[in-house]
Design a protein around this ligand. Structure first.
Ligand code: PLP
Length: 428
């Protein structure tokens, strides 16, 4: 079964974020099943999913409770057009998410993946001004930011690897210095300068709160976001918070942009469905909503849609995920795990190749010194870890851990042990 799947796959399937030729030397791994933190292949090998399958899984694979809630929903309604129709899972989810986020956020728009949520927030911000008679064609994001791979999301991103090739066909945007790279004061000063120079033309500033994940897990403090919000208010531009990767407790808090920050848009996905199904949300304010609310003939409607908008199965997975947060007091429970991760990360201080050990909640990372891009040492680590039952997928020189919340202490120790060996074996 294993070799059959591998061969057939490469004949028919084009995988994401991959040079397909790499699969000649670095074989695909057909996965038969998943349970808890473990993925199992057809030869009975088990892998601890220490990156939560691209940062989406919170409560393990094939979680009994989430399974049961999806099955319940499946017997009632699998999907329905969301224009002109509504359903209970979407309404429940909206009310619950609104009650968990900043009080200025009062309306929920649904999309079906993170990039689409970004597109929605950018279009809404732009159209808000258009509906007010202003054309504000600029967005400001941070250097080293990542907001997804569709053209609009790429445009506000700043990871060269993904963006450079498409430069000619994406809208021009502005990037301010990142507080994850320069000091907070420098970053704020630069942002103030960019906003001033483009006064009257910027509709929104977009950020990834606390951690620039795809930008090599670079981290910064919440104080920057608070000051940025004040600056946005002063300049009369929106603040879009992209908590797609960091929302739902990943950094230790349920969400980052709380009552003190009050973003104008909050984008959520990834952990939203516990890692089960594609779904995303854009939360916004009455002020934004009301700029679109008028007679149809005025031409101010938000005519954006996705076929699977607010899919009921995905919404039921999201509601089940929120149930677990509530019933099992997850944010509180995670504190111990976060502490343990911190302790375990310290071990890497012994390794001469390791620098910049850092952590925010259940995101831990470090960089490899003297990283040789041509040797592709990240793949060597990836492969060694797989051979030893751990799934890690370093971003170039950055090795990171984003485990499911249900990982046990022993499993987390195992992950760190294997990663330690993998780095040790690279030599100097
Ligand atoms: C993953 C991610 C996205 C894009 O989400 P997709 O569902 O992969 O399109 C956007 N922003 C951030 C911060 C992300 O980590």
């Amino acid at each position: 079964m294993n070799s059959y799947l591998k061969e057939q796959d490469l004949q028919h399937i084009w995988h994401p974020c991959s040079q397909m030729k790499d699969y000649e030397s670095l074989p695909l791994i057909p996965i038969k099943s998943g349970k808890g933190v473990y993925l199992e292949d057809f030869e009975g090998n088990q892998y601890i999913d220490a990156i939560s399958s691209w940062w989406v899984n919170l409560f393990g694979h094939s979680n009994d409770y989430i399974n049961s809630k999806i099955k319940e929903q499946l017997n009632v309604l699998e999907h329905v057009i969301f224009a002109g129709f509504t359903h209970k899972p979407a309404l429940n989810l909206s009310k619950r998410i609104l009650s968990l986020t900043a009080s200025n956020l009062t309306k929920v728009f649904f999309a079906d993946n993170g990039s689409s949520a970004i597109e929605v927030s950018l279009k809404m911000a732009f159209q808000y001004f258009k509906n007010s008679g202003e054309v504000r064609d600029r967005f400001v994001s941070l250097k080293n930011s990542y907001h997804g791979e569709t053209l609009g999301a790429l445009a506000v991103g700043d990871v060269e690897l993904y963006k450079e090739i498409y430069e000619d066909i994406i809208i021009k945007t502005l990037q301010a210095k990142s507080p994850a790279i320069v000091s907070e004061d420098d970053a704020l000063e630069d942002m103030a300068k960019v906003l001033k120079q483009n006064r009257g033309r910027v509709s929104a500033v977009i950020i990834e709160p606390l951690v620039q994940c795809a930008g090599n897990m670079k981290m910064y403090d919440k104080s920057y976001i608070k000051s940025l919000k004040k600056l946005c208010e002063k300049e009369g531009v929106f603040l879009i918070a992209d908590e797609i990767a960091v929302g739902f407790g990943r950094t230790g808090e349920m969400f980052i942009c709380d009552e003190e920050i009050k973003p104008d848009f909050l984008c959520l996905s990834k952990g939203l469905t516990g890692g089960y199904l594609p779904l995303s949300l854009v939360l916004t304010t009455d002020e934004v909503y009301s700029k679109f609310y008028c007679d149809y003939s005025e031409g101010k409607s938000f005519l954006h849609s996705h076929s699977y908008t607010a899919n009921p199965l995905a919404c039921s997975a999201a509601n089940a995920t929120l149930d677990i947060f509530e019933n099992e007091n997850i944010i509180e429970k995670n504190r111990k795990k976060i502490e343990l991760l911190g302790k375990l990360l310290k071990r890497f201080e012994d390794l001469p190749r390791v620098e910049n050990i850092r952590q925010r909640g259940l995101i831990g990372a470090f960089d490899l010194k003297n990283y040789d891009f041509n040797k592709r040492e990240n793949l060597q680590i990836y492969q060694y870890c797989l051979e030893n039952g751990v799934l890690l997928r370093p971003l170039a020189q950055t090795v990171y851990f984003i485990p499911p919340f249900i990982i046990s202490d022993e499993e987390l120790e195992r992950v760190v042990d294997v990663a330690y060996e993998a780095v040790e074996r690279l030599g100097y």
